[in-house]
Design a protein around this ligand. Structure first.
Ligand code: FES
Length: 166
């Protein structure tokens, strides 16, 4: 009799353990299938560029990455393939991660360069690499333009045109 109740008790314990395991597995699968939280919360970011001061770097966060916003001063040459043009103003809008190993470069306003302290990489005001190990310019995030605002994450016609010139 004691054997029978012990067997029944063990059966219940095993059943309960299997049930908890199954629920945990389902929860883990659901988490894997769900989109990343950053995609849900930060897929599109709209930025008003009108308050930007020429020559001063602004940095915002988009999809967990720094994005550099630089309104050009009049002495910065034009770069039709990389400048974002809104009215009379030109902007550099790039992901602020060095294309060498991912450090965040600094903007040196007096020298008009982006300088990466990690290995000495440098980029011009259009974020094209000019010195050191970076293999390519800083990346331009997808964007669309509406008035004086840009929406990061949205592939507008101006962005698609840039892709053809890259
Ligand atoms: S990470 Fe920028 S130069 Fe190496």
């Amino acid at each position: 009799m004691a054997d029978k109740s012990r067997r029944a008790f063990m059966g219940k314990v095993l059943g309960a353990t299997a049930g908890v395991g199954a629920v945990a597995s389902l929860y883990a699968m659901k988490r894997t299938w769900d989109p990343l939280p950053s995609v849900i919360s930060a897929g599109f970011t709209t930025v008003d560029l009108s308050p930007l001061e020429a020559g001063k770097l602004s940095v915002i966060k988009w999809r967990g990455k720094p994005v550099f916003l630089l309104k050009h001063t009049s002495d910065i040459t034009t770069d039709e393939a990389r400048d974002i043009v809104i009215g009379e103003d030109r902007y550099t809008v790039v992901i602020g991660l060095c294309t060498h190993l991912g450090c965040i470069p600094e903007w040196r306003e007096n020298d008009k360069i982006f300088h990466c302290a990690c290995h000495g990489g440098q980029y011009d005001p259009h974020a094209r690499q000019t010195f050191g190990p970076p293999p390519r310019p800083l990346d331009i995030p997808p964007f669309s333009i509406s008035g004086k605002t840009i929406t990061l994450g949205d592939e507008g016609p101006e962005y698609k045109k840039m892709l053809t010139m890259a």
